[in-house]
Write a protein that binds this ligand. Structure first.
Ligand code: GLN
Length: 244
């Protein structure tokens, strides 16, 4: 299933995470080490969102193509430096469309969001939860996918002023209650903090030195990577890491 990563810390060129590190996201796209739930490679699109210096809202670049086929991306990623990044490569769940708009990150205002996993029994299983959303939210979903629907559920709570960790944790709990066995590794950032969940998929974190990096798979052999057990909520800033 998809692989995603989030970074907050000193500004670095995006290419470090997308291409340069030994197990960078582009490598995780075609040679992932820990795929679960039936996928083999992540060739159904990719996306990256980052915050230009001084900007509160991110720039997003995404595509329905495999990340390794985008001939403009290496130079773009080399020339673009940011202190916060959320990026993902996608392996579409069977039956879901392969379109640019189905690739993470999803965005709203200052937020960037990604989902690694699947909602079991989608869409019927979560119809009751989606029914609580304003109808405009349903009519303006990015794509007819489980991930876009999860984003609508999180986004509604963020727009209502919920603390982001509470919004993410509650959506995971509510979806698991109606769609057990779902895999719900969510990742959210506003450029200052990273919020992540583990529910059915791998996740690792490397923090220290005034930076934090959260990723489906470690990007290098640095011994400070720690694997996050299943069923956790991670809230991280460059100076603080909470795993609950
Ligand atoms: N189910 C989501 C999709 O199809 C995410 C897939 C994944 O994690 N591989 O877009």
């Amino acid at each position: 299933m998809c692989r995603h990563l989030g970074y907050v810390g000193p500004a670095v060129p995006l290419k470090e995470f997308l291409f340069d590190l030994p197990h960078a996201l582009s490598r995780q796209a075609w040679a992932p080490r820990d795929m679960r739930g039936g996928g083999t490679i992540n060739a159904d699109g990719f996306g990256a969102g980052w915050y230009p210096p001084g900007a509160a809202t991110p720039i997003r670049y995404r595509s329905a193509m495999p990340i390794w086929t985008d001939s403009a991306l290496p130079a773009l990623a080399a020339a673009t430096t940011s202190g916060a990044l959320l990026a993902a490569v996608r392996s579409a769940t069977a039956g879901m469309p392969v379109t640019e708009t189905a690739a993470a990150p999803f965005t709203d205002g200052r937020w960037l969001f990604s989902h690694n996993g699947v909602v079991r029994g989608w869409p019927g299983s979560i119809a009751g939860l989606a029914g609580d959303l304003p109808v405009e939210d349903l009519l303006t979903l990015d794509a007819p996918t489980d991930s876009a629907a999860l984003w609508a559920l999180v986004r509604a709570r963020l727009r209502a002023g919920w603390p982001p960790a509470k919004a993410v944790a509650e959506v995971v709990a509510e979806v698991l209650a109606v769609a057990p066995q779902s895999r719900l590794n969510l990742l959210l950032t506003d450029g200052a903090q990273l919020i992540a969940t583990t529910a059915g998929h791998a996740l690792s974190v490397r923090s220290g030195g005034g930076a934090v990096l959260i990723a489906s798979e470690p990007l290098d052999a640095d011994p400070s990577w720690q694997s996050i057990p299943d069923g956790r909520l991670v809230v991280a800033t460059p100076s603080r890491l909470d795993i609950s």
